[in-house]
Design a protein around this ligand. Structure first.
Ligand code: NAD
Length: 513
């Protein structure tokens, strides 16, 4: 850990051997059980976290609801200024936080820095947004009347996040929620609790420097049981939950039972269609990065390649040769392409998926394997695999959170490829590689991809913060980050004002007294 400057990074971020996992800002306290965070990079214990008990949670919620009363009264551009300062602090801490992300989660250092950059970008976006939280004005049908809509702060936003983007996903929610005048209670993944504590420490400094009340940004730590306290809590009008479809189905029902709002960002089963008119070089780069980047643990990772039969062999050979050049090892070492999976459970799921793929009729083109020996002591490093398969295999229909790429063949026109691409339960990210305008436009049309993200000549993996991010079907339907995703963090009010001296009713209804 000392080798790549991890010790110094932890110190800079205020992480000690034992940390309080519950915080209402500068005030940290926890009475729950101890959670240990081990690095998948080297299997070492990084630090311990005291989790949040039910009593601690109650204190957090009281502080958060109280903070909302005053925070909502601060003008939105002034709230934007707080988020601007948070972005500045993230710039100062980019290296340290990026290293922690890489060490605790296992993604490459470049991707760790990229995640922090995404946080900085969403802060910049939110600052601009803080002056643009506007509604429409409409023409009233009644004389001497004015009608318009406005957006008000919503309240406490509960944020539940996944391990694979341990810092960025929170910031997508928090930066927007804060400029909208909401306060946040965040439960990070129990697999990456230190990333949560580090982010909270950075934001808490900003809140303290601005003499803002405790409770604007709160942190709670623990497993799904702590998450359930949030989802069941009628004081929380919006739950934003990122994670597996399994989790999303439970959260959606719990929140709906109390008629709360949920924003769900769930699993994907993303495909790239490779048409006969594809640029093969670009296709290989996009597909390999999409499939093996973050060791296949992105919600937007490329899981299926749908290749036209006329170029199938050519693409297959190029992929197999590219996989032969992949370097697997410590993600903090920039010469490696692929780091570890998050934990041994994930390794077991990878093994089971490969077994099922062969049992269901798949043909292994690049062998999977769990790596052992020097540098692989954590037991979490695996060989990215390629399997020739059919879209109808049960295993191909599922999202396995590991670097397994399925090659599927199509014949005839692009309509056939689109049908295969859409024939899964998930609907997050999709792409077509083609220089044929008609194919590209059809893919983007209403008869094309059914996903929330559809790209042309770009892979499925990764997205910019400027667009609304999310997916359809079992991906949950939520949108966060850019475009008008902010609207879900506010409540809309329609106002009609009569500045005349009579009271005409709508629809010409007569009511004389
Ligand atoms: P997970 O579902 O195991 O856990 C996610 C979070 O939900 C954790 O914080 C967990 O404690 C919490 N949780 C689990 N059950 C809960 C419950 N019943 N009530 C309340 N909270 C509960 O997911 P993971 O393994 O951390 O992450 C991987 C998954 O996340 C993949 O399916 C991936 O596609 C998805 N993901 C989606 C997006 C997206 O934007 N669509 C982004 C990142 C990850």
């Amino acid at each position: 850990a000392t080798q790549f400057g991890i010790k110094a990074a932890l110190e800079q971020l205020g992480i000690s051997a034992i940390n309080e996992g519950t915080s209402t800002g500068t005030n940290s306290f926890s009475t729950g059980a101890i959670l240990e965070s081990y690095s998948p990079v080297d299997g070492q214990l990084i630090a311990k976290v005291k989790t949040t008990s039910a009593d601690d949670y109650e204190k957090v919620m009281q502080t958060a609801t109280e903070a909302f009363q005053s925070f909502r009264l601060i003008p939105a551009p002034k709230r934007g200024e707080i988020v601007r300062q948070f972005g500045e602090k993230l710039r100062q801490n980019k290296e340290a936080l990026g290293k922690l992300v890489s060490y605790e989660m296992g993604k490459s250092l470049q991707e760790g820095y990229g995640e922090v950059q995404e946080m900085i970008d969403i802060c910049d976006f939110a600052v601009g947004l803080s002056r643009q939280l506007h509604g429409l004005t409409m023409h009233s049908e009644r004389p001497n009347h004015r009608m318009y809509e406005q957006y008000h702060s919503l309240g406490v936003v509960g944020i539940i996040s996944a391990f694979n983007f341990p810092v960025a996903v929170w910031s997508w929610n928090a930066a927007l929620a804060l400029v909208c005048g909401d306060v946040c209670v965040w439960k990070p993944s129990e697999k990456t609790p230190l990333c949560g504590i580090a982010c909270q420490n950075i934001l808490a400094q900003v809140l303290k420097e601005n003499n803002l009340p405790e409770g604007i940004s709160c942190l709670i730590n623990g497993d799904f049981k702590i998450g359930e306290l949030l989802t069941k809590d009628t004081r929380i009008p919006l739950i934003s939950a990122t994670g597996s479809t399994r989790m999303g189905k439970i959260v959606a029902q719990t929140v709906a039972a109390r008629l709360g709002k949920s924003l769900l960002e769930l699993g994907g089963n993303n495909a790239i269609i490779v048409s006969p008119d594809a640029d093969i070089k670009m296709t290989i780069i996009g597909a390999v990065f999409g499939a093996v980047g973050t060791a296949g643990q992105r919600c937007t990772s490329t899981r299926r390649l749908i290749i036209h039969e006329s170029i199938y062999e050519k693409v297959k050979d190029a992929l197999v040769s590219a996989y032969g050049q992949l370097k697997i090892g410590n993600p903090l070492d920039e010469k490696n392409h692929v780091g570890p999976l998050i934990d041994i459970d994930a390794v077991n799921n990878y093994n089971k998926a490969l077994e099922k793929a062969t049992a269901q009729g798949g043909k292994i083109l690049v062998n999977g394997a769990v790596l052992s020996g020097t540098g692989y002591e954590s037991g979490c490093y695996v060989q990215p695999a390629i399997v020739e398969a059919d879209n109808t295999f049960e295993i191909v229909q599922q999202e396995t959170f590991a670097p397994i790429l399925y090659l599927l063949k199509y014949s005839g026109t692009v309509e056939n490829a689109i049908a295969i691409q859409n024939n899964v339960a998930q609907g997050l990210s999709s792409a077509i590689m083609t220089n044929n305008l008609r194919e590209a436009e059809l893919f983007l049309s209403v008869a094309g991809s059914d996903c929330g993200i559809a790209n042309v000549n770009i892979g499925t993996s990764g997205a910019e913060i400027g667009g609304a991010f999310g997916g359809e079907k079992e991906t949950g339907g939520g949108r966060e980050s850019g475009s008008d995703a902010w609207k879900v963090y506010m409540r809309r009010q329609t106002n009609t004002i009569n500045y005349g001296s009579s009271l005409p009713l709508a629809q010409g209804i007569k009511f004389d007294l």
